[in-house]
Ligand binder design. Structure first.
Ligand code: GLC
Length: 553
């Protein structure tokens, strides 16, 4: 843990557990809270500071729990509140903080509020908690042209209690995820109370789902927004100025739980897919959130010029508002970086969509090598880093899942045009020789595990020299010893353009990082000692392509 009074989150490494897929205690093929508790020593041993749990709340699971029906309870598939309390206290005993997900943009259609909204009439207070509108024309056309992020229109027509076709409700995601109306004070009060409920149970913070989506532009105007080229705020459903008021208010709540002298800050981290970086930095101004995910970094190709540019301006934007930058390469919504980087890299933003059997397949060896090199760059960077379960094993995306097995609503809503996100959500292999690779006591697994997961199981890698698991452990140990997360980065001159070369210096030490993204082997600087390397490397050797090394300075 960070030392007292030091704002632990400024350099924390936070490990994301996707509860369905990490560890299954009861053999039903779906991971659960007792399973997580039993495996927590893996995280203590890995050397991370905190665990972030994706949603485990009561939910019909139409979007794997990001469709919440009861914000104050645990879904029976994952356990119960007592299991959550056990998990939290075990994590705390092991020195791990616990971050939970909060989903404030929308609820499940099974939430009592939404059921009440459907059972009431247009204009009622029950409807006013969601975004209901009359349709255009004779009422048969959606109120505007917005599209759901999962494909198809962002509006669904409700049936009125008397059985007649009625108003439409907005859902930026699945039909079963109606958007709340955040202009309604009742919505604000309710979600603030949910924050307090989990804070009172001892959580150390929240990851805020779709943090940039809560406020919609007045009048809900039509939009032809292009998310890859335009500033996000030009879209009437994203990054509207009003979201910042919400987070100022949330910050006063988390601040009220801080305990003087105990480094007990409770934190808020935004999942906000917002461009440009200046706009994203507004979420982490002093009186707002502590962190926001740096997705631009995640989407930056493994090309030296692009990496340098993203790292440089990411650091500058965060520093301008006094926040730590965050770094992330994988999560439950994108193709795992061991696979993403196995495709040819081209300038611009990276492909993050799911991959199917008919799609071009990655070069897995190249992907793994580059992902290890990229992680070795990331874990040296100043700020806080997020890891996604299984990346410490070098897990690739499952790119050949049968279509019948797919469960992400995106797949069905796009009629298969988008494969969806199941490929990164496949249950984690713990034991190479056990059924379901030790995910659960039996052989069940809610998504099929590919055969290549066996040799990558944690038990094969623990203690094995050169394994990805040992690489992560070593990097995390050094990062902590040298307090690199508190350091300052300086780029080094005199290296080829296709190399990344920088030092990070903290009050407790420093490191020189060299990454060779080019074809020509690179000589290591005279007199330096190797502290860590993303591939086995002898002193006096050259740095070959896609290898990162940490050196003494
Ligand atoms: C976020 C989550 C994603 C979910 C969506 C809707 O982007 O990370 O998994 O589908 O929000 O809640």
């Amino acid at each position: 843990m960070a030392r007292s009074g030091e704002q632990w989150w400024r350099d924390a490494v936070i490990y994301q557990v996707y509860p369905r897929s990490w560890a299954d205690s009861d053999g039903d093929g779906i991971g659960d809270l007792p399973g997580i508790t039993a495996r927590l020593p893996h995280l203590a041993d890995l050397g991370v500071d905190a665990v972030w749990l994706s949603p485990f709340y009561t939910s019909p699971q139409h979007d794997a729990g990001y469709d919440v029906a009861d914000y104050r309870d645990v879904d029976p598939v994952f356990g119960d509140l007592a299991d959550f309390d056990t998990l939290t206290s075990r994590a705390h005993e092991l020195g791990l903080r616990v971050i939970v997900d909060i989903v404030p943009n929308h609820s499940s259609h099974e939430h009592p509020w939404f059921r009440a909204a459907l059972a009431s009439t247009p204009g009622s207070p029950e409807r006013a908690r969601y975004i209901f509108r009359d349709g255009r024309g004779d009422g048969t056309l959606p109120p505007n042209n917005w599209q759901s992020l999962f494909g198809g229109p962002a509006w669904t027509r409700a049936t009125e209690p008397d059985g007649s076709p009625g108003q439409w409700y907005l859902h930026l995601f699945d039909t079963t995820q109606p958007d709340f109306d955040w202009t309604n004070p009742e919505v604000r009060a309710e979600l603030e109370d949910v924050l307090r409920f989990w804070l009172d149970r001892g959580v150390d913070g929240f990851r805020i789902d779709v943090a940039h989506g809560l406020v919609k532009a007045d009048g809900l105007p039509d939009s032809e927004f292009d998310q890859y080229t335009e500033p996000t705020a030009l879209a009437p459903m994203w990054d509207q100025p009003g979201v910042h008021d919400i987070y100022r208010s949330w910050r006063t709540i988390t601040d009220s739980y801080a305990v003087e002298g105990q480094d007990a800050d409770r934190i808020l981290c935004a999942e906000a897919w917002v461009l440009p970086a200046e706009a994203l930095a507004r979420y982490v101004r002093k009186d707002e959130l502590h962190q926001s995910f740096n997705f631009e970094y995640l989407m930056t190709p493994w090309l030296a010029a692009d990496q340098r540019a993203t790292i440089t301006h990411s650091l500058a934007q965060a520093e301008a508002v006094g926040a730590p930058q965050t770094w992330v390469l994988s999560n439950h919504d994108v193709v795992r970086h061991a696979t993403r980087l196995g495709f040819p890299q081209t300038p611009g933003l990276e492909r993050i969509d799911g991959i199917g059997t008919d799609d071009p397949q990655p070069d897995t060896a190249v992907g793994l090598r580059r992902s290890r090199a990229a992680t070795a760059v990331m874990l040296a960077l100043p700020g806080s880093a997020y890891l996604f379960q299984g990346e410490e094993l070098g897990l690739p995306e499952a790119t050949r899942l049968p279509d019948e097995a797919r469960q992400d609503p995106t797949f069905a809503r796009t009629q298969g045009a988008s494969k969806g996100r199941d490929g990164c959500r496949v249950p984690v292999p713990w034991e190479a020789d056990a059924p379901s690779y030790g995910f659960g006591p039996g052989d069940r697994s809610w998504l099929p595990q590919p055969a290549e997961y066996g040799p990558l199981a944690a038990d094969r890698q623990r203690g094995a020299e050169g394994s990805t698991l040992e690489l992560y452990r070593g990097l995390l140990r050094l990062r902590r010893e040298l307090r690199l997360g508190r350091g300052r980065l300086a780029w080094l001159d005199g290296f080829p353009d296709d190399a990344l070369a920088f030092t990070v210096t903290s009050p407790d030490g420093s490191v020189t990082v060299l990454a060779n993204l080019g074809e020509t082997p690179l000589a290591l600087p005279e007199g330096s000692t190797i502290l860590a390397a993303s591939e086995p490397l002898e002193l006096g050797a050259t740095l070959t392509t896609d290898v990162t090394v940490w050196l003494t300075t």
